[in-house]
Design a protein around this ligand. Sequence first.
Ligand code: SAH
Ligand code: SF4
Length: 355
Amino acid sequence: MTIKKNEISLSGMFPEEIQNFCGLKEKFRAEQIFRWIASGVHSFDDMTNLSFDMRSKLKKDFSLFSTKIKETLKDKDGTIKLAVELYDGSVIETVLLTDKAKRKTACVSCQAGCPMKCAFCKTGQIGFLRNLSASEIVEQFLHLEREAGALDNIVFMGMGEPMLNLNEIDKAIKILAHPKGRNLSKRRITISTSGLCEGIYDMADKGPEVRLAVSLTTADEVLRSELMPVNKTNSLDELKQAIKYFNSKSNKRVTLELALMKGLNTDKKAAQQVMEFAKGLECFINLIPWNPVEGLNFKSPSEAEVRNFENYLKKAGLNISTRQKRGQKIGGACGQLGSTASKIKQALIQRENPV
Ligand code: SAH
Ligand code: SF4
């Protein structure tokens, strides 16, 4: 049963778990393995401070990684998109973004597919297969670091809704932030939600203590419910209360993300509704001009349309940034993940029609 062996990989374990799982007598051995994994080593053979015998034994019985890179796509603008195959054969996507200041950000997935069905997002169109495990999340980050060197930030803005998989995300973050491992600063980690209030309260109360982004898209109740079904059960009022609670509990500002679509959510009235929503919140606003998705009937806004919208909000004293277009050519920009959809769909069909 090699599949079983690969399903459980050491990359998603704390040192104490590695010690128990591998039956190691000494704690420091587990810590050595933990540190090697965080440093990007993919094979026990490279763990040179373990004896040859120990390496051979561990290699026979345990897996460091449960995923492998299936495809690597690189854009001229520095974006790298990896198709990552999971132990069960399904495939997810993870992206490296490089900004003008050369800061590198891993944009990782937390689910295979997504159940939220946002009308403008490619991942939302393919359906939901399953949550990813902590190891499958950690490994996306480590695969990207192997491709591109040390990364500065990690954002949970790939495939999936983080609030539906907060426990595994929390574990992955604790592993990546562990002082004996990768030691990534929590200030450099952001979780983005489509607006599940319960998850926002949970995160405020129990962590992870990282930054929060909320995909507001529009502050028009009717339009938001049409674009994002989550709004039907998590109204704008409830969402605002949840963000306020997060502000006061965490002492952190929240980023409100607005995917802008031509002629839909970019006029003066739309800006006024956003200003009204932002009143009383500690927030930044991040505008994301809509990235094209085949088969969807939305249009990207013109530059003038984005600038006008930005100016309305700036006049109200809001703190605005506009996301640069990155990785569009390789389908690696926001909302474009899902070219691996056929693999996910295949698995969904198999699950519904087991042989
Ligand atoms: N599921 C999470 C995080 C992933 S989506 C969430 O929805 O927050 C990351 C961001 O991309 C979200 O703000 C989402 O609204 C936006 N987005 C989705 N599809 C898009 C598209 N085609 N073009 C631009 N932004 C898009
Ligand atoms: Fe899921 Fe986010 Fe896409 Fe909505 S925007 S379908 S929550 S990945």
